[in-house]
Each structure stands twice: as structure tokens, then as C-alpha cells.
Write a protein that binds this ligand. Structure first.
Ligand code: PSV
Ligand code: MN
Length: 442
């Protein structure tokens, strides 16, 4: 059966696209019996093994992952962009898209804005719209990797690390402005990613660039409200191809330590050289109380920004194993800011994000199935085979009916992708916005 999505719903005319709850309920009815059978079978099996299934369901329901405002259109390439049409062309429309994701998945209850791409023109209206869609403002991202219209100084040779004090001051001021914008929206976190570095040997003095960055970050940190976090993201290369100032977790951690207790390292899964052991990085940062946030994506070669879990789902599971361990054993580490940082050209961006959200939940659910006490005993006995059996036993469990249960109990769709397609959401967005809209982003 097909339902037309659209319920042209309006809060001061701000939300023109919102999914009606009754449409989701109707669609769920079609596969409810199947879901109940699958869930009961799994829950029964897991309970016999000593798992507390309702605890797993409630932990999964609490996981809310921010959607980046720049992933809602075609992107992820410096070559041609091929649109799926109906892309959001302003902040209001971006929130509508996140609202669609949240209605269907109930795990996308936050948005991460990039400034200056997403400066609100009417703060009260945007806050009202976000409230109505059940969306919070997660970390705000600064942008000193592009020159802005009317900017006096250029970031061609770096921003916070630049040898020119005037450039550094402009970049510091931009970050302070971003904090101010975030503050008005209820955000509590600033994410800084720097493109700064060099393309050729000898172009930069590494020590001067690092020291300038530290000093600039300290200046920004001084403007950070007490209840805020500052996240310092690292990346080994691109757009600079010889050296990057904040190239790895070590550099990020040194800079965070140099700033203070509210500064943390942010791990973006795509920002590692091939074969890096990301789970180990995650683990040690939590031990030191310095893991602040996470950008999820997947990759084959570099910072490919592909759908989460599409290439290396086992690696994602191993990362979640460490995250679960850290969340349970490292009270010195703060709650994490979770965000998807993926975007590309060949899938409908909303379907892509739905798949990413599910992959994150799936890896988390499987990690929650690892019997940590049993693993500890196997580790103490140096029973390497048993350790692998425990991890892979959890990984091989088909947890999809648990994810369905999580969504069903919070009003989401049993199958978000099927619901998205049955409700003809992309067609409605195209009708509303037209074909030639372009979303801001890279
Ligand atoms: C850089 O590659 C990055 O991962 C940073 O998080 C940016 O802010 C984001 O992508 C969007 O361009
Ligand atoms: Mn990122």
C-alpha cells in the first residue's frame, strides 16, 4: 500500500514538510507480526545467555547522533556534484530534512551547524522550528578553510597557524563569533577543524605553525563558556598534502591539554592513514579523559566520507567495543558528541544518512552483547582463541530486530528506508523546493 507523504504542517509557516505520525503507524502495521516474531526469538535467546535485553533497548534509545547540516545534499567531491534534486537551500529546509530523519529513525535528534554556511536569520523562529521537530543543536563548527565573502585576510596560507598575526586574529574572532551563534541556539560545543599545513617541504616551519595554533586556540578557549566543550579535530592530509598542523591524535591531545579541561580530541573515522588502529586511539583517549566527540563515516582509501559501516563494519564494531568499555569504566571522560560526517554523490543523501544511522546503532548493539566479564577472564588467562570467540560471537548476532524494537517503542518506522520510499519523500521535497536547489557544503 502507498501513502502520500506531505501533511503540509505549519508552525508560523516554517515547517512545510513533516511526516505525520499516523503514516508511520500505518506502515509499521504491515510488518509488525514479522518484527514481533523475530524480536521475541532473539530476546529469548539472549536472555537465556544472561543478557538484559530491555537494558540494551534503553541504551540504544538514548543514543542520538547529530546530522551535519552539510550532508543533506550531494557532495563529498571536488569534481561534479550530481543532485538528487529537492536539496535544502536554507537552514529551515535543512532542519526539515533532519526532522524527516528523526521521525523515521528516532536516533537523529540533533543537528550540527557549520558557520558561516548556516547562520540563522531569525533565531527565535529557528529554535521554535527545531523544538517542534524534536531536534537539538549539537556542536557548532567553525570554518577557516575557505575565504568568506568580504573577508579582509586570506586563509590561503593557513588560519590559526598563519605567520601573520592579522590572519590569526581574524580566524580567532570567527571562532568566537561561532561560539556566540551556538550560544543563542543552546549549543554547548565548538568543533574546530583546521586545513592548515603545507603542500611542499620547507614551506612551513613546523614548530612555529604548531605554536601559533596553540596560542590561537588558547585565545578561543578563553571565550568558551564554562559549560561548553571545545573539540579539536585532526586529519593527516588534505587539502594540504605535505604536512597538516593538527595531523593526528597526538597533536590534537597536546593542543587540548595546552588549552585546559574543557578542550578534547575529536576522532573522525576517515582521518587516519590506512590500517591505523582507531579502536586503540579511542580507548587511550578515554582513559585520559580526553575523547570529546566522534565523526562517523567509512572509507576505503582516505577521507572518503562513505556511508557508515559500508566498507569496514567489523572495524566499527571494534571501535564500539572500546566506546562501550569507556562509557562503563571511564567516568573521567565526558559524554561524547556523536555526529555523522559523510556525504557523497550517488545515493539520495537522506537514504544514505538512514543507512549510516542504522549502522551506528547496529555496531553499538553488537558491542553491548560482548560479555565484558567473560572477556576479562579470557584475557587474564591469555586465552586468545576465547577472546576472539567472544568478540565474534557478539558480532555475528543479527541484532536488526532489536533496532526495530528501539524505533517502534519511540514512534519511529520499523524500516526507515521502506517508509521513506513508500511515503515518496524525495518526490515531495522536489515538489516543494524544485529541482535546481543546491545545499551548502563541500
Ligand atoms: C574535514 O574533512 C571534516 O571532517 C571536518 O569535520 C569539517 O568540518 C567537515 O569535514 C566538513 O567539511
Ligand atoms: Mn569531520
Amino acid at each position: 500500500m502507498k501513502y502520500t507523504f506531505g501533511g503540509f504542517y505549519s508552525i508560523k509557516k516554517l515547517i512545510s514538510v513533516k511526516i505525520k505520525e499516523e503514516h508511520i503507524v500505518k506502515l509499521n502495521k504491515n510488518s509488525l507480526k514479522n518484527h514481533i516474531e523475530n524480536f521475541d526469538f532473539l530476546a529469548n535467546k539472549l536472555s537465556k545467555k544472561g543478557h538484559n535485553v530491555s537494558d540494551i533497548v534503553s541504551k540504544l534509545s538514548e543514543l542520538q547522533v547529530a546530522i551535519p547540516s552539510w550532508a543533506l545534499g550531494a557532495g563529498g567531491t571536488r569534481f561534479g556534484r550530481f543532485s538528487f534534486y529537492g536539496e535544502p537551500s536554507n537552514l529551515e529546509q535543512k532542519l526539515e530534512d533532519v526532522g524527516v530523519l528523526q521521525s523515521l529513525t528516532q536516533t537523529a535528534g540533533a543537528v550540527s551547524l557549520h558557520i558561516p554556511w548556516d547562520i540563522p536569520s531569525d533565531y527565535n523562529a529557528i529554535i521554535e522550528q527545531a523544538d517542534a521537530l524534536n531536534i537539538k543543536f549539537d556542536s557548532v563548527n567553525s570554518n577557516t578553510f575557505q575565504d568568506q565573502k568580504y573577508a579582509i585576510e586570506t586563509y590561503k596560507y593557513g588560519s590559526l597557524s598563519n605567520t601573520s598575526q592579522a590572519v590569526r586574529e581574524q580566524a580567532i574572532q570567527h571562532n568566537l563569533d561561532v561560539i556566540n551563534i551556538g550560544n543563542k541556539l543552546g549549543s554547548k560545543c565548538l568543533t574546530i577543524w583546521l586545513a592548515d599545513g603545507s603542500c611542499f617541504p620547507g614551506q612551513n616551519n613546523f614548530q612555529t605553525a604548531f605554536q601559533n595554533t596553540q596560542d590561537s586556540l588558547k585565545n578561543i578557549y578563553m571565550g568558551l563558556p564554562d559549560d561548553w566543550k571545545m573539540l579539536i579535530e585532526y586529519k593527516p592530509y588534505e587539502p594540504n598534502l605535505y604536512s597538516t598542523v593538527i595531523r593526528d591524535w597526538g597533536a590534537s591531545l597536546m593542543l587540548a591539554n595546552g588549552c585546559g579541561d574543557k578542550a578534547f580530541t575529536l576522532v573522525d573515522l576517515g582521518h587516519h592513514l590506512p590500517n591505523s588502529n582507531i579502536e586503540q586511539i579511542v580507548s587511550i583517549l578515554q582513559l585520559k579523559g580526553k575523547l570529546g566527540g566522534f565523526h562517523f563515516n567509512d572509507s576505503k582509501y582516505g577521507d572518503d566520507d562513505l556511508t557508515v559501516g559500508s566498507i569496514k563494519p567489523y572495524a566499527l564494531f571494534l571501535i564500539f567495543n572500546e566506546l562501550v568499555y569507556g562509557m562503563e569504566n571511564n567516568p573521567q571522560n565526558p559524554d561524547l558528541n556523536w555526529m555523522i560526517d559523510a556525504s557523497h554523490n550517488v545515493k539520495d543523501p537522506l537514504e544514505d544518512l538512514i543507512q549510516s544511522l542504522e549502522a551506528i546503532q547496529e555496531a553499538y548493539a553488537k558491542a553491548l552483547l560482548i560479555d565484558q566479564a567473560e572477556l576479562k577472564v579470557a584475557q587474564l588467562n591469555n586465552d586468545v582463541v576465547k577472546c576472539q570467540e567472544i568478540l565474534q560471537g557478539a558480532y555475528r548476532t543479527d541484532v536488526r530486530s532489536i533496532l526495530e524494537k528501539v524505533r517502534l517503542s519511540s514512534g519511529g518506522a520499523l524500516s526507515p528506508i521502506n517508509a521513506y520510499r513508500s511515503l515518496n519523500i524525495r518526490d515531495t521535497l522536489i515538489k516543494e523546493r524544485g529541482k535546481n536547489t543546491v545545499a551548502t557544503g563541500l
